[in-house]
Design a protein around this ligand. Structure first.
Ligand SMILES: [Zn+2]
Ligand SMILES: [Zn+2]
Length: 421
């Protein structure tokens, strides 16, 4: 894979650097060109500094091994209070609507007002987590080997067994509790899952089940429901392109523009309040979310072995390229099975490219989403602690058996993806 690699000189420090065709050329001495696609929208400096500090203190706390469980610190209590206050909103709206109907007269005025209040209450009602309708459900009877592995990991961690696996085309894996019965479901994104070696699969599954064990997903429900309410509010009170158009049209036709202006005024007052609230909730939950990630990583290391856990994290840095390889194969490659294209793209990635992406994660403090600490700190923490050996091992035969079990569902996922391209 590195046979046709050439050599060039770094324009910044004149160090000899290797050129891997198809990958970014960068200097490991001075980090020249390490992040050529850096986002243009930089966060303000104070915010970057704050996030660096947060990442560092949390990292040191965990490196010393003092924290074992997400605790009830001030930030977590604040996240709950902020969320609970928000979840009361639909209740207040519903109660207000009913009160209007009962106590307010004349009826011709109370009925429409009550309808508005009740409508708002229903719109903002908290919703249970549900599966993406595009995801393909794999049940226990469809995949005995996969579920045997999941059960073994769950038993090792000491957490309830998984009810189902949801297969989709997202470049990640996740754990969620579905519906009002909060049934544990593991979501497997094909682009990431396919590129993982057997023990790395054990590692990502243990990480996800670790979230279930630590109660992160339950914690996530209260805060998550509040976040979904905020999203609805933000949508409702943000100027839509359509609002602008309506106002222009009203101007053009010389009709009444007062409603349009009123909407704009309400948006400009309520919108920032909602966005500030969302920002605050995000800040106070960030620390707890990041700690939860480190603890799930620790579980992953204890179950799959620390080396596999660290490798698995480094593979997740390639998930986006895996997704693009999958897309490319679906569009252009007629002879190569799409999942084989993903496997090759991951297997052929030079170690140097993985190292570059780790450095990018350090520079940008990238998170898989805002709730994740930077990958370079996560792998560093796993490797800084005493090495652990695997307690659950996935053999090659079982690994192939799992691929065969998932094949029918994977075929359906790929068919949907191909249709959407
Ligand atoms: Zn250089
Ligand atoms: Zn996680």
């Amino acid at each position: 894979m590195q046979t046709d690699a050439g050599v060039t000189r770094c324009p910044q420090c004149a160090q000899q650097i290797r050129v891997d065709p198809g990958y970014v050329t960068w200097c490991d001495q001075c980090d020249w060109n390490v992040d050529p696609t850096a986002p243009d929208r930089r966060s303000p400096a104070w915010r970057l500094k704050l996030e660096h500090q947060l990442a560092d203190t949390l990292y040191r706390e965990l490196e010393n091994g003092r924290v074992h469980r997400p605790g009830w610190d001030a930030a977590r209590v604040a996240a709950y209070l902020l969320s609970a206050a928000l979840l009361l909103l639909p209740l207040v709206a519903l109660a207000g609507g009913v009160a209007l109907l009962v106590f307010y007269r004349p009826l011709w005025l109370s009925i429409p007002l009550a309808a508005i209040a009740i409508g708002i209450g229903l719109m903002l009602r908290p919703r249970a987590a549900h599966l993406d309708p595009e995801a393909q459900l794999v049940l226990r009877e469809d995949a005995p080997v996969l579920f045997r592995l999941l059960d073994e990991i769950a038993a090792t961690i000491g957490t309830p067994r998984v009810a189902a696996v949801a297969l989709d085309a997202e470049p990640n894996v996740c754990f969620l509790r579905v519906g009002w019965r909060f049934r544990p479901v593991v979501g497997l994104g094909l682009p990431l899952w396919t590129g993982l070696r057997p023990q790395e699969r054990v590692a990502v599954l243990a990480h996800e089940l670790g979230h279930g064990k630590n109660g992160d997903a339950r914690h996530g429900w209260v805060v998550g429901a509040a976040e979904s309410v905020l999203e609805h509010l933000e949508d409702a009170f943000t100027e839509q392109p359509y609002d602008e158009y309506k106002l222009d049209a009203a101007h053009a036709m010389d009709t009444d523009t007062s409603v349009g202006h009123l909407t704009r005024i309400i948006n400009s007052i309520v919108g920032p309040i909602i966005r500030s609230y969302a920002w605050l909730l995000d800040r106070v939950s960030l620390r707890g979310n990041q700690r939860a990630e480190y603890l799930a990583d620790r579980t992953s290391g204890e179950v799959a072995g620390s080396e596999a856990a660290a490798w698995a994290l480094e593979r997740t840095l390639l998930a986006d390229s895996s997704y693009r390889a999958l897309e490319r194969a679906l569009r252009f490659e007629k002879d190569l099975p799409p999942l084989e294209a993903v496997r090759r793209a991951v297997a052929e990635t030079p170690q140097r490219e993985i190292e570059r992406r780790l450095r990018v994660s350090r520079l940008r403090e990238t998170r898989t989403d805002s709730s994740h600490p930077p990958t370079y700190l996560r792998t560093k923490l796993i490797r800084a602690r005493p090495a652990t050996s695997a307690r659950v091992v996935l053999g090659l035969n079982d690994n192939h058996a799992i691929d065969r079990e998932l094949a029918p569902a994977a075929e359906r996922v790929l068919k949907d993806l191909r249709a959407s391209l």
